[in-house]
Design a protein around this ligand. Structure first.
Ligand code: ZN
Length: 393
């Protein structure tokens, strides 16, 4: 699902009464809802002076956070982010601290972030943003959450994934797009891990019809890995011994796609995979976009697996509990078995509750080798490196 489709599904279609407010541009006191224009991805207050969109392109949401979560941006004309947290629709800045108007703080901070983004400068960290606003970091985050439903960091990561999606839609090479989108530094990619970027709901079509899939193979201990990607993200990582057999499997999985070998175009992604296979995950891996077909449940499981640090394991039950479905250990096992991108979604880090290895699509010996390699790396590096928790969005 692309952003437009996603936006088309949020909230509800406008009622006649809401449509009257929008089309007559007459804000009514006490109106708490916002509209999202699905064609442009912009969230507006009712009464926005911008051109009135077609009714079929308007969705009504309860608050700005809901709109931002779906990938919308606040309108630059009516500034829904300035509206008070309690949903004041009169446009006046709500005073939310002694002498501090939250709307102005948020607006100024967003302007700073936007400018840094546009110029390619380093994005200011919370400490700098807070100092500029004369607030504590904690207070700044609170204000952001109240106004935008995200922290400053969450706001930045939403803009990055937005830019990345735009680049991917242009058909650029995935890793190039990743870096263009501002994930140039490893730590930045790490911070973004676990966001919606990492597991974009791919516009996956049956059999890959109309897709262009590029692939390569890369050596791994005792075999090779086939690494394949659409223009939007990684779609397959398979482990084996015979490149030809792996290629045939790929073609069988995507019989209607244009499948071409592209060793140089896929070299960077292949290098990430071969590092994973020797237990040395590079931070970029966490931000690597995937273009995989899955039910919402499986996607949730795979996202949870990507959060298990290298060198550690979880039981099926622990993963089930982590996604809020403690009774679904068996379904977690099925999701692991269906993992289309071996090692990138580290299903090898899931073990039986007694710690024994249990099944693995590529055999227990392979699973043991991957885990041993990761543990050895983690041990030599001291504590395993953990991705920082993602800000709530
Ligand atoms: Zn507007």
């Amino acid at each position: 699902m692309n952003r437009r489709q996603k936006l088309g599904q949020i909230g509800a279609a406008p009622t006649d009464e809401q449509w009257a407010v929008i089309s007559e541009r007459r804000p009514r006191p006490g109106t708490a809802w916002l509209l999202v224009v699905t064609s442009t991805g912009i969230a507006c207050l009712p009464g926005c002076p911008a051109r009135t969109p077609g009714r079929d392109r308007v969705r009504i949401v309860a608050n700005l956070a809901e709109a931002l979560d779906a990938g919308a941006r606040p309108c630059l004309r009516c500034h829904p982010e300035r509206r008070g947290a309690a949903g004041r629709a009169d446009g006046g800045p709500a005073v939310i601290g002694p002498g501090v108007t939250g709307g102005d703080t948020v607006e100024a901070t967003v302007a700073r972030l936007t400018a840094a983004f546009a110029s390619g400068d380093e994005i200011p960290v919370d400490r700098e943003l807070a100092a500029a606003a004369g607030l504590s970091e904690r207070r700044l985050r609170e204000i952001f959450r109240e106004r935008l439903g995200v922290t400053p960091r969450g706001w930045v990561s939403a803009r990055r994934s937005e830019r990345l999606r735009a680049h991917l839609a242009d058909g650029r090479e995935v890793l190039g797009a990743l870096f263009d989108a501002g994930y140039g530094s490893a730590s930045a990619a790490y911070e973004a891990a676990g966001g919606d970027l990492g597991m974009a709901p791919g516009r996956y079509r049956i059999g890959g019809a109309g897709e262009r899939i590029r692939w390569t193979v890369t050596p791994i201990p005792e075999g090779v890995a086939l690494v394949a990607a659409t223009d939007r993200g990684l779609c397959a990582v398979r482990l084996g011994r015979e490149p030809t057999a792996l290629e045939l499997e790929l073609r069988a999985e995507f019989p209607r796609a244009a499948v071409t070998r592209d060793d140089s175009g896929m070299a960077e992604m292949a290098a990430l995979v071969s590092d994973l296979a020797v237990g040395r995950p590079r931070p970029e891996v966490s931000g690597l976009p995937l273009d995989v077909h899955a039910t919402a449940f499986r996607r949730q499981v795979w996202e949870a697996l990507r959060r298990i640090p290298a060198g550690e394991t979880r039981s099926y039950g622990q993963v089930a509990a982590a996604i809020g479905a403690p009774k679904a250990a068996r379904a977690v096992g099925a999701a692991c078995a269906a993992n289309p991108v071996a090692v990138v979604v580290p299903c090898h880090r899931v073990v039986a509750s007694d710690g024994s290895l249990h099944g693995y699509a590529y055999g227990l010996a392979r699973k043991r080798q991957l885990l041993d390699a990761e543990r050895a790396t983690a041990k030599s590096a001291g504590a395993p490196e953990r991705p920082r928790a993602t800000s709530p969005r």
